[in-house]
Design a protein around this ligand. Sequence first.
Ligand code: GRF
Length: 226
Amino acid sequence: MNVAAKGRARLVVLISGRGRNLAALIAAVNDGRIAADLVAVISNRADAAGLALAREAGVPVQVLPHVDYPDRAAFDAALAAALRALEPDIVALAGFMRILTENFVREFEGRMLNIHPSLLPRHKGLNTHAAVLRDGDAEHGATVHFVTPQLDGGPLIIQGRFTVSAQDGAQQLAERVLEQIECRIYPQAVAWMARGELRCEQGVPRFRDRPLSAVLSLDDLEPGFR
Ligand code: GRF
C-alpha cells in the first residue's frame, strides 16, 4: 500500500469474541497512535461481545454468522465480498476463531495480520496456555504474524514474552498474555502497517524498507506502545 498516494490507511478488524484486542486497536486509532481509519468491524458471531465495543466507539459493524452458510467456502466467499467492498489496506484478525480457506487468504495476503497467544512456531492452534504448562515452557507470550494459508504459519513480525511462574495456571497465563503482551504488540504492528513501515512482499516481511531479519520484540516498541 502506498500510504502517501492513498492518504489514511483503511483498517478492518475481524472478531468472534470479547474483543479485548479490538478494544486496544480502537484506543490506538482514537488517540492517534494508529494513523488509520477503522472503517468496520466484522464478526462471524452475532453474540460477540466485541460488537458492543465497536458500536460504542461509533465503528460500523457487520455480522456474517458462519452458521448461515452451507460450508466454509460459501462463508469465506461472503466474507471476502464484504471485505472487498470496504477496500481495506489492513485486515486485523483479532480473536477471529475461523480457519480461512486458501482462496480467501490469497486475496488479502500481505494486508492481513493475526495475533496468536503463543511464541510461534511453538503451540500453533488452540489451548496454547495449557500446552505451555503441559510442556513446562520457561517462557510464554504472543506473536503477531502475516496471515498465509498455513494456520498460524505466516511470517512472524513481533513477539512479546515473559517468564512463566510456578504459580501460573492457564487462566492466569491467558490474562497476562493478553494484558501485558497482546494489547501492546498488536496496536504497534498495525501502527507500523498504517504508516507503510511494515509490509509483506512475496511472502517476506519488510520493516523500514529492509527485509525483517529477526522477529521484533518488546524492545522494539515505540514509546506510546510500551
Ligand atoms: C486472544 O488471546 C487472542 O490472542 C486470540 O483470541 C483471544 C481472545 O481475543 N486470538 P479477544 O478478547 O477476542 O480479542
